[in-house]
Write a protein that binds this ligand. Structure first.
Ligand code: FAD
Ligand code: NAI
Length: 475
């Protein structure tokens, strides 16, 4: 006898588990199926984000930042420590503990919300009057029938052509998060988010890191003024970032990896490294769904085709998160999960794609929301810009972290905030105020008139908003 549910969610990443919780809150009977296992073979819900993405990378970024601070910056605060040493095993095991706490938190939330959790791959096996049939390859080969299916199967790392990940020499994000020694020379193909975050982790721990990026300019998705500042700072920190490269071949030679490429001036070069991280984007993951059996449409790039409301071509089948169009971000997946659960319940779920923040958790952090200067120029929009450097912010000076600036862009006529771009300390937290203002379609003057606590980094956002009207007070 098949188990019957109102909703089955396939995938328990940030998109899937949040969709399941919201559907349950709205009174539906919900099952969630997830295949991820930890090294003991136990269920490890949370998807890429929890197991090999957001959470473990931020744990390593924090630990490696402490290591660098203790080694190079504590002395500025009058704290002298001799003989600093790295216990990499402990650093990695701490990260694994953080991951496990998050896995267990999600299992607890499933229980609390009466969600039936199944550990295994879920696949379409047909359709009956009661709904869609989903087969799960768990220990009891469970069959489920559900009126609604939410597909949240996420993404996987893209391989470089003819260079499969072995996670020993050629690393995806997975291998890059669990090295057992610090490589002397580390290569990174792709200067995007993973390349910069993981490159920073291993540089701080002692690697000589070279990043090879194909695009002609650095961080082309960011505001170009922010990208220029970031390149300057990361280069000063010791990351060797080369843009405009064209990779001819990558070969494994013994215990090393050799990369032959042409640099931006078309000069042939060879880079030999001990480990290579390949971070050239991610691909939607649909392998185990058996989607062709039911005629589910997938686009030419492998994404499940959906409309603006995450409806697929099949009735009552929805898809969210990395497996559909849009930025591959955990918070985007979560927003879609909530919206789809609400639509299933007959409500008007909504995701505002214009106010999804982007964050790069390097040091300094980089964060932005809305449009950048290049995009607005291309749109032919009239705008004014205000910037404020952290160098002029009292809290940043007290912290000893004055790199970077805040940039507010507002419409010339209406003063509506069109974009906020930050490079500097705690940019990931500061960006929330900008998201809130933009969600309410507020103006630069609105930010400028709000009382900000002193001394805080957030005063820099207020000052940048004042600078839009050329009246910042502290610069
Ligand atoms: P996923 O998290 O990929 O989850 C999908 C789940 O579905 C997985 O558990 C998978 O095993 C399971 N699954 C797949 N097929 C089946 C099936 N047929 N049956 C059952 N289960 C199945 N984003 C941020 O916003 N902030 C960050 O700081 C950040 N850092 C990142 C760092 C790294 C190194 C990486 C790789 C990614 C990072 N991301 C970050 C991106 C973020 O992880 C993804 O956008 C997010 O996880 C997508 O969520 P999802 O629910 O769509 O899919
Ligand atoms: P990415 O899209 O951020 O960067 C990939 C980079 O590789 C691009 O700059 C691209 O130009 C370059 N590239 C592609 N092919 C190349 C080639 N042949 N040679 C050299 N360079 C090449 O993708 P990344 O870093 O793999 O991350 C995947 C996804 O994970 C991102 O879309 C991101 O949204 C998400 N993520 C988010 C994080 C965050 O929010 N802080 C952290 C890490 C990942």
């Amino acid at each position: 006898m098949s188990k019957q549910f109102d909703v089955v969610v396939i995938g328990a990443g940030p998109g899937g588990y949040i969709a399941a919780i919201r559907a349950s809150q709205l009174g539906m009977s919900v099952a969630c199926v997830d295949a991820w296992s930890n090294h003991l073979g136990e269920a490890a819900p949370g998807g890429t984000c929890t197991n090999v993405g957001c959470i473990p990378s931020k744990a390593l970024l924090q630990s490696s930042e402490h290591f660098e601070q203790a080694g190079s910056h504590f002395k500025d605060h009058g704290i002298d420590i001799d003989n600093i040493s790295l216990n990499l095993k402990k650093l990695i095991s701490r990260k694994e503990t953080v991951v496990k706490q998050n896995n267990e938190g999600i299992l607890y939330l499933f229980k609390k919300n009466n969600i039936s959790f199944f550990h295994g791959f879920g696949s379409f096996s047909g359709q009956t009057e009661g709904g869609w049939c989903i087969k799960i390859n768990d220990s009891s080969n469970t069959d489920i029938i559900a009126k609604h299916v939410v597909i949240a199967t996420g993404s996987s790392a893209r391989e470089f052509p003819n260079l499969p990940f072995d996670e020993k020499l050629v690393l995806s994000n997975d291998g890059a998060l669990r090295l057992d020694s610090v490589p002397k020379k580390l290569g990174v193909i792709g200067g995007g988010v993973i390349g910069l975050e993981m490159g920073s982790v291993w540089r701080r721990l002692g690697s000589n890191v070279t990043v090879l990026e194909a695009m002609p300019n650095f961080l082309m998705s960011a505001d170009s003024q922010i990208a220029r500042e970031a390149l300057k700072v990361f280069t000063k920190q010791g990351l060797d970032i080369q843009v405009g490269v064209n990779i001819d071949s990558i070969k494994i030679i013994g215990d090393s990896v050799s990369i032959n490429y042409k640099d931006s001036k078309d000069v042939h070069k060879e880079l030999i490294v001990d480990k290579l991280i390949v971070s050239i984007g991610r691909l939607p993951y649909t392998d185990k769904l058996n989607y062709s059996l039911v005629g589910l449409k997938v686009d030419d790039k492998g994404f499940i085709g959906v409309d603006a409301d995450c409806r697929t071509n099949l009735p009552n089948v929805w898809a969210i998160g990395d497996v559909v169009r849009g930025p591959m971000l955990a918070h985007k997946a979560e927003e879609e999960g909530v919206a789809v659960a609400e639509r299933i319940a007959g409500q008007h779920g909504h995701v505002n794609f214009d106010t999804i923040p982007s964050v790069i958790y390097t040091s300094p952090e980089i964060a932005w929301v809305g449009k950048n200067e290049q995009q607005l120029k291309q749109d032919g929009r009239d705008f004014r810009v205000g910037t404020f450097p952290f160098l002029a912010n009292g809290r940043a000076r007290a912290l000893g972290d004055t790199t970077g600036f805040v940039k507010v862009i507002a419409d010339t006529k209406t003063d509506e905030v069109l974009g906020v771009h930050i490079i500097g300390p705690m940019a990931s937290e500061l960006i929330s105020e900008a998201v809130t203002i933009m969600e309410f379609r507020g103006s630069a003057e609105d930010i400028a008139r709000i009382c900000h606590a002193h001394p805080t980094l957030s005063e820099s956002l207020k000052e940048a908003a004042l600078a839009v009207d050329k009246r910042s007070l502290n610069f």
